[in-house]
Design a protein around this ligand. Structure first.
Ligand code: KMH
Ligand code: ZN
Length: 274
């Protein structure tokens, strides 16, 4: 089976230090968490940034500072900035994360609108998605197609017909936000993408380890990190993103899956070598 890419979503926009004191806010904390994940085997860092008080931001300068600090510690890692940001941000705010130097090689492209708990709605209209896709294509950024349900795969494929996406398509199934996070759902999602596509999956919260194990066995790539799950096991908070990555590596080893280096991940994802 192909080597497995581990993406570490180290910070997210929603989780807080009140929930887990290791959630990073400052530039130093973000870099520390990226390094812990990288040392444990992550080749992709899915990046959200915060102000020092924890407020999520897509500020270009803050992204630049965090990315510089991460590259300093993990020179060959693939940094994948979020263009989703946090609920309520404008499209222009969100796109700032693609405006850093060097231009990101990879970034998220959220493929639909979804309920985000309580009264929160994460809005991605067709025009937003197309505009983001067009800008990413112009800048040479490969999109990771974030899909929170099956309809978002269909939206991505509709946009692909307009020639706005980069091939081979790469999907990230985020299970447990809008659709449930069961292995049946995962199998359905994997069966719904075009042959030749690559895919990553993550289960939010408790479902995280079931989804990781199934993904490893099915030949997909795994996303883990504080954005999606704060616990190493039930009732035990993870002390770092590295601990979560270490657990994924352990499961992968038990199931005979080897872990991709950043260079191997670039090859699997068809990103240009660095
Ligand atoms: N924080 C969510 C509203 C992404 O990174 O592209 C959006 C999100 C998706 O996390
Ligand atoms: Zn994210």
């Amino acid at each position: 089976m192909e080597k497995m890419i581990i993406s570490a979503c180290i910070s997210g926009a929603e989780v807080t230090k009140e929930q887990n004191p290791a959630v990073p806010y400052t530039v130093e904390e973000i870099a520390r968490e990226a390094k812990s994940a990288y040392d444990a085997g992550a080749s992709v860092i899915h990046l959200h940034v915060r102000w020092d008080d924890g407020t999520p931001t897509q500020d270009k300068g803050r992204f630049q500072e965090c990315m510089d600090a991460i590259y300093e510690l993990c020179p060959d890692v693939i940094i994948q900035p979020s263009t989703g940001g946090a609920v309520g941000m404008t499209d222009l705010e969100r796109l700032q994360s693609t405006d850093v130097t060097p231009t990101p090689e990879f970034a998220t492209l959220d493929c639909g609108t979804c309920n985000f708990g309580g009264d929160e709605i994460f809005i991605n209209t067709d025009n937003t998605i197309e505009n983001f896709a067009r800008i990413m294509k112009e800048k040479g950024i490969k999109p990771e197609l974030e899909v929170f349900d099956k309809g978002m795969i269909d939206i991505a494929l509709k946009i692909d017909k307009k020639g706005l996406l980069v091939h081979p398509l790469h999907f990230d199934f985020v299970l447990g936000v809008q659709m449930s996070a069961t292995i049946r759902d995962l199998v359905f999602m994997v069966g719904s993408i075009p042959a030749g596509s690559t895919w990553t999956a993550t289960g939010i919260g408790r479902a995280t380890w079931d989804i990781a194990a199934a993904t490893i066995a099915m030949g997909g790539h795994v996303r883990t990190g504080f954005e999606d799950n704060l616990y190493l096991e039930r009732g035990v908070l993870a002390k770092s993103n590295g601990e979560l990555v270490e657990k994924v590596v352990k499961i992968a080893k038990l199931l005979g899956r080897e872990i991709a280096t950043p260079a191997e991940a670039r090859e699997i994802l068809s990103l240009p070598p660095r």
